[in-house]
Design a protein around this ligand. Structure first.
Ligand SMILES: [Zn+2]
Length: 315
């Protein structure tokens, strides 16, 4: 059998051939050049995966680390994540300590705290900034700015068009959100949830936020005196329902439901990332409709669907 000649692989063939190449590399007889047609961008947490994929289109390969339903707060990097990070030209994470694991990445690749750049004057302690669509729009601008140097001139102008449309859709979501919250009776504009994840949403739309776990438990334990306090606060707040962040509903929320007599909302909120099979806009409109409908307002789903369609049409 003759010698195997390995041609210089054309960049665009690399995705098709990579299992083949991986096999050959394992043989250790060949030192193949690492050759990639497209730049690899790693998006670690929050909604960055969808924002970055939407902006990159086919111009860059976007690798997302934390799954849509994953918990960024407790995330630990896996060996496959480290490999992805080693191949990346750019690494994006939310910042504001949403994902402590992301703050510790060191290497030669720029690791950008997108939300921190998008909101340089924010001094609060709620990293879930994307619940205000205006903050997501500012994050789009930062991601686009960082992607630009990785692309060719033609790709850049397409990127610019996508970024403009993405910002326009997110601003429209922000306006749509105001109309939805305005349908909630004034004395019921309150959001009772588990951890402090919605301050950006409640601040933008003038809702009162009550967080059961962060404000009233010590290490997750709810003392009897705290249970009495939160029961009184929730009962007097105008809350119609308690919003869970995961199913099954936590023990603490069930207890507070019993003591307040308020039902746990059937649909959960999505605090830390994307709702299953939904985009940034799909998740934002879903969260807003969940709160609005749960608190006695009426959400305009048809208008939400149009915004969702506009977002997914960005190419
Ligand atoms: Zn969170």
């Amino acid at each position: 059998m003759g010698m195997i000649i390995i041609p210089r692989i054309m960049p665009r063939l690399r995705p098709l051939l990579s299992p083949f190449l991986a096999g050959l590399t394992a043989m250790a007889a060949f030192q193949l050049p690492v050759y990639s047609a497209t730049q690899v961008v790693v998006a670690i947490d929050g909604v960055l995966c969808d924002l970055t994929r939407t902006l990159a289109g086919s111009a860059a390969e976007v690798v997302c680390l934390i799954p849509a339903d994953g918990d960024p707060h407790d995330y630990r990097l896996r060996p496959s994540d480290r490999r992805a990070l080693a191949n990346a030209s750019l690494v994006l994470h939310n910042g504001f300590n949403l994902t402590p694991a992301a703050e510790k990445i060191s290497g030669s690749v720029p690791d950008i705290a997108v939300a921190e750049l998008a909101m340089p004057s924010y001094r609060g302690n709620d990293p879930h900034v994307w619940h205000d669509p205006a903050n997501s729009a500012a994050m789009v601008a930062v991601v686009a700015d960082r992607l630009e140097p990785l692309l060719t001139a033609t790709q850049r102008s397409a990127l610019k068009a996508r970024a403009t449309e993405a910002i326009s859709v997110l601003n429209a979501v922000g306006e749509w959100g105001r109309e939805q919250f305005n349908t909630i009776p004034k004395d019921q504009r309150v959001l009772v949830s588990e951890h402090k994840a919605y301050s950006h949403l409640t601040n933008r739309y003038g809702l009162q936020q009550i967080t059961m776990l962060d404000s009233f438990t010590t290490g997750g334990v709810l003392r009897p005196s705290s249970l009495m306090k939160i029961t009184a606060e929730v009962k007097g707040s105008g809350a119609e329902t308690l919003f869970p962040e995961s199913l099954p509903v936590s023990k603490t929320m069930r207890r507070i439901s019993r003591t307040t007599g308020l039902p746990v909302n059937g649909a959960p909120l999505f605090a830390d990332g994307l709702a299953p099979d939904r985009s940034t806009v799909g998740t934002a409109t879903l969260n807003i409709c969940t709160v609005v409908n749960g608190q006695g307002g009426k959400c305009d789903q048809a208008a939400a669907d149009e915004l969702i369609a506009r977002w997914s049409a960005i190419r």
